[in-house]
Design a protein around this ligand. Structure first.
Ligand SMILES: *Cc1c(COP(=O)(O)O)cnc(C)c1O
Length: 457
């Protein structure tokens, strides 16, 4: 879908919506809201200029952090729904988009293999995880929550907020939770929930759910999957010849709760996380009364099972429309999009491993590649210096800029993998999130350009 088609879609939808709006009687918008055309022009000219201060997240040349624009269909649907600005807190505020939210969340739950669920959209992965941890605390008051040292930093913060004690479990040298120290903690009997990360933010490492689930069941401990980044990759695990390790994904259906971020790999604008619980009865922990809302229907209002109050109905409309057009299928729709990003990750890592200039830090499991230049001496300080030099030179290249990201790794951790000199506590390495399907085609050129830069810097 190009921008012409997008504009036409938005224009025709607005025309149709106006017919509906006018059916209530035509009215003038108030003069306090009316603006002078020159002032609008000036404000938007400045906005357009200011927005160029961004990195080009939309372009394959941007291979840095987890950032990309939503699908144009999601943008159009969001824009159209936002004209009405429904609020999915209550059926009073967003009857149409609340239904879209329920349907979309059911599709996501079905993708994970949940045969029953309770769930809703949230404004972010952080809030979605907060809800899962809140339910974890409610089910096991006084017990601890365990997560790996590579899990998202917000778990610790949200547990502080909830007043829950935490245990940090070390990781193995591929960045996954280490099962031996985990079991040692479980044996002590004071852990209520273990958080498994399906796609860590820094490395894209997938914790071995296929081993974590039976282990936790043995100790009668709950499992929460933070699949904010990696959850949608389950579609690839369902392909006939999976190009990812399928087992952890195929055990997501056995987790007590799952978080996934449609605003990461679900082609949505920011403001779209999702939390799912396997046991619908946990809705009881959210119980509250509201003197203002919940009047128009006896059906469940999403605000009754959510910690947040106002939420954008437009976010649900965008997700619902996107899922109609790019369904959660392994061999079509979103599955084929993710197949390309995953292939981009392994293709890029393949190029790096064949060159004697580069070292992959870990084998990428998804589409996040971490790597660094081989230096002499092979030390934390010289790796960091070369990395930063290449990172900067790539970004300021006059004709072929490349936007990468940096990642700090403990030298002690690097030492478990490589025979290098730990002359400072951490080393800075490169990280590329190849999360756009266009990255697959771009990888050979990107590698060539990096080779050149590494030769020059
Ligand atoms: C991004 C991310 C989060 C936080 O989600 P936000 O939507 O940024 O709040 C949590 N966990 C993981 C694994 C993530 O990748």
């Amino acid at each position: 879908m190009n921008s012409e088609q997008l504009l036409e879609l938005i224009a025709s939808s607005l025309r149709e919506q106006n017919v509906w709006k006018n059916s209530f009687g035509v009215f003038e918008s108030d003069e306090t809201l009316q603006l002078e055309p020159e002032k609008i022009g000036a404000a938007f000219a400045e906005l357009n200029e200011r927005l160029k201060e961004n990195y080009p997240f939309f372009h394959p040349r941007y291979a840095g952090q987890m950032l990309k624009p939503p699908h144009p269909a999601a943008i159009a649907a969001y824009f159209i729904a936002m004209q009405i600005n429904p609020n999915n807190h209550a059926l009073d505020g967003g009857p149409a988009t609340a239904k879209m939210e329920i349907e979309s969340v059911a599709e996501i739950a079905a993708m994970f293999g949940y045969e029953q669920h309770l769930g809703h959209l949230t404004s972010s992965g952080t809030i979605a995880n907060l809800e899962a941890l809140f339910v974890a605390r409610s089910l096991h008051p006084g017990k601890k929550i365990a997560f790996s040292s590579q899990s998202h930093y917000t778990h610790k913060r949200m547990c502080e907020l909830l007043g829950v004690d935490t245990v940090e479990i070390s990781t193995d040298n591929s960045g996954k939770i280490d099962l031996n120290p985990l079991e040692n903690e479980l044996k002590k009997g004071n852990i209520g929930t273990v958080v498994a990360t399906i796609g860590t933010t820094s490395l894209g490492a997938v914790d071995p759910l296929d081993e974590i689930i039976p282990l936790c069941r043995r100790y009668d401990v709950r499992v929460h999957a933070d699949a904010a980044y990696g959850g949608f990759f389950i579609l690839l695990a369902k392909q006939e010849k999976p190009i990812i390790k399928a087992a952890p994904f195929l055990h997501l259906s056995e987790c007590d709760s799952i978080v996934v971020d449609p605003h990461k790999h679900g082609l949505q604008p920011y403001g779209c996380g999702c939390v799912l619980f396997h046991d619908p009865t946990v809705g009881r922990f959210y119980k509250h009364d509201s003197p203002y809302t919940y009047f128009t229907s006896r059906d469940l209002h999403l605000g009754e099972i959510s910690l947040e109050c106002s939420r954008a109905g437009a976010a649900a409309a965008a997700l619902w429309t996107t899922l109609k057009l790019l369904p959660l299928q392994p061999n079509s729709g979103l599955g084929t999009v993710l197949e390309k990003t995953r292939k981009a990750g392994s293709r890029f890592a393949g190029f790096l491993s064949k060159s004697d200039r580069w070292q992959n830090f870990v084998e990428p499991e998804l589409d996040i590649v971490t790597y660094f230049p081989k230096t002499a001496p092979f030390s934390a300080s010289s790796i960091s210096q070369r990395t930063e030099k290449i990172f900067n030179a790539a970004m300021i290249h006059p004709t072929h800029p490349l936007f990468l990201a940096l990642l700090k790794i403990e030298s002690s951790y690097l030492k478990t993998k490589f025979n290098f000199i730990a002359d400072q506590p951490t080393a800075t390495i490169l990280r590329s999130v190849l999360m756009k399907p266009e990255h697959l085609r771009f990888v050979p050129a990107m590698f060539e350009e990096l080779e050149k830069l590494a030769g020059e810097s």
